[in-house]
Design a protein around this ligand. Structure first.
Ligand code: VG1
Ligand code: CO
Length: 543
């Protein structure tokens, strides 16, 4: 087998976003497009010779073709071994787990996560480092730089290989191991949680519904919940991953997982509902007629963590992304442990986890996780909730309402204006940024603005600085109004506006967040002049 050195021309648009490179499938299908990016990844990892790479994706359209190309390129780029999930499949948290368990040098995940899939939709690719987590900015910047000057890539001249049967074989000088995508991950979950306690929960009359949204968590949820924990057959719905995710939008929120929400708000609702996204790292938690915001979920899990075997000794600290509500901070303060505020994206949690500064972390965007891997982990969050329910015997609603009474309720809502023209997104942020210097001290929405800034983060471990991570208005009563541009979209721009207000009065904790936050919502629209710039009167998605 010969190694071909193919000459190519750089593409100008291969800059990794919040979580890797995401583009329309048609863009990835252009000659050399995927190959250029993969070579740029490999070039950014000069010490890869003879090392192990983990490879898999969420099964979306173009996954199988991309796997074959990457295997041939890995063989031509001195990797010693690639561990690829059977069928080319791996959830994002499973890749993270497999990298860690097998001491691999890194991993490539093929996914555009919550973005829709199919020939006219999205594909994505990202690199994770040896701790199992997303590559930090130092590496993604090197990949981006490489992609702008690339002139050739290396690929083995060989036919497609069989990725559908477990086993090992040689590909050029490299070893390929096709492995069970679920086994290592399921074993890790069994080490973290008390599976016997969960079996007892399901052996009683506890009922749940897990919506895999036709995406990657289907096989994982079926194996763990139904096969290993004895949940009733049919607990997992939409459990077979499809290349187009059934034509849906695999984003577990009340808009895109509406059928699950409807089932949990119906007369005969099960006790517990959950959904996950395309690549299995997000989670949505529902109780009977009750929706748990991801920010509250992190706080409730943190407050009850010692009920889970792996966290019995307590948490070292908690981190949340900047736009995530401050509910987890209040728990950390009560527990007397440190809490951290990082920019959006899981890559910023990696250093804190590696340094043992935190045990739990989360984002408002339906992401929750712990130090067991270096990605957010949808099924982990589900098992954590189930474990706490099994230990305390309360309903989801009772647990959360009790939590609000103990810690206060952080009313929270995020409004997304999706797919607006890129230029409008830039204008909106420019307009807002220009106002920042004069906002402090003003009374807006009935509150005094204490600080108005452009969030910058200095990593407490390596000192690296990440600036322009979102515009913040911090009010003197603890309320916050935040503006960001999405870094994961593939069409135009998406503006996200985050609203938060703390209510300590227990008599006022069960109101509709949209009503409670009405004045902050109006202020956000006003300051951003979103209607003027986009013609949009209302957001596309409210969570
Ligand atoms: C979004 C979320 C962010 C999350 C990221 C990746 O990014 O807001 O919290 O980490 O998606 O999640 P952005 O830049 O669009 O706001 V996933 O599940 O798509 O990998
Ligand atoms: Co995801």
């Amino acid at each position: 087998m010969t190694v071909l050195n193919i000459s190519t021309q750089a593409f100008p648009d291969q800059r990794p976003g919040t979580s890797g490179l995401r583009k329309k499938v048609t863009i990835f299908q252009q000659p050399h497009y995927l190959e250029n990016f993969v070579q740029s990844i490999f070039d950014a990892i000069p010490d890869r010779t003879g090392k192990t790479l983990v490879l898999g994706g969420d099964g979306r359209y173009f996954n199988r073709e991309a796997i074959q190309i990457i295997l041939r390129m890995a063989a031509a780029n001195a990797w010693g071994k690639v561990m690829v999930g059977r069928g080319g499949l791996f959830s994002t948290p499973a890749v993270s787990a497999v990298i860690r368990i097998h001491h691999a040098h890194g991993g490539i995940i093929l996914s555009a996560s919550h973005n829709p899939a199919g020939p006219d939709h999205d594909f994505g690719i990202k690199y994770n480092i040896s701790n199992g987590g997303p590559a930090p900015e130092k590496i993604t910047d090197a990949i981006w730089a490489g992609s702008k000057s690339i002139q050739s890539y290396r690929i083995l001249d060989t036919a497609d290989v069989d990725i559908d049967h477990e086993g090992t074989f040689q590909l050029g000088d490299m070893m390929v191991e096709v492995c069970d995508p679920v086994r290592d991950y399921a074993a890790l979950m069994a080490r973290i949680f008390d599976f016997d306690a969960l079996r007892r929960l399901f052996a009683g009359n506890f009922r749940m519904r897990f919506d895999a949204m036709h995406a990657i968590t289907g096989p994982y949820a079926t194996e763990i919940l139904e096969n290993q924990l004895g949940a009733a057959q049919g607990t997992v719905v939409n459990g077979i991953p499809l290349p187009d995710f059934g034509g849906g939008h695999p984003d577990p929120n009340l808009v895109y997982a509406k059928s699950l929400a409807d089932a949990l708000f119906a007369e005969d609702a099960p006790d517990f509902g959950a959904a996950s996204d395309g690549d299995g790292d997000r989670n949505m938690i529902l109780g009977r007629r009750f929706f748990v915001t991801p920010s509250d979920s992190l706080a409730v899990l943190a407050a009850n963590a010692t009920r889970i075997p792996a966290y019995q000794a307590g948490l070292k600290g908690i981190a949340r992304s900047m736009p995530t509500s401050q509910a987890a901070d209040v728990v950390a303060q009560r527990l007397g442990i440190p809490h951290y505020e990082t920019p959006t994206g899981w890559k910023f949690f990696g250093n804190l986890l590696d340094a043992g500064k935190i045990t739990f972390c989360g984002e408002e965007s339906f992401g929750t996780g712990s130090d067991h891997v270096r990605e957010k982990d949808g099924l982990w969050a589900v098992l954590a909730w189930l474990s706490i329910i099994a230990a305390c015997g309360k309903s989801v609603a009772d647990m959360v309402i009790q939590h609000w009474q103990d810690f206060g309720r952080h009313y929270y809502t995020r409004h997304d204006y999706e797919s607006i023209p890129a230029s409008a997104g830039e204008e909106i942020m420019k307009t807002l940024r220009a106002q920042l210097p004069i906002l402090a001290g003003q009374t807006l929405a009935g509150r005094v603005v204490q600080t108005a800034d452009d969030f910058a983060y200095t990593d407490p471990i390596d000192g690296s600085i990440s600036s322009h991570q979102g515009l913040r208005l911090l009010f003197n009563d603890g309320a916050r109004l935040i503006f960001r541009l999405s870094g994961t979209g593939t069409e135009g721009a998406t503006v996200r506006i985050y609203h938060e207000h703390l209510e300590r009065d227990t008599a006022r904790q069960q109101l509709d967040p949209q009503r409670v936050l009405h004045d902050l919502i109006a202020l956000g629209k006003d300051l951003s002049r979103i209607e003027q710039f986009t013609g949009r009167k209302a957001p596309t998605v409210i969570t």
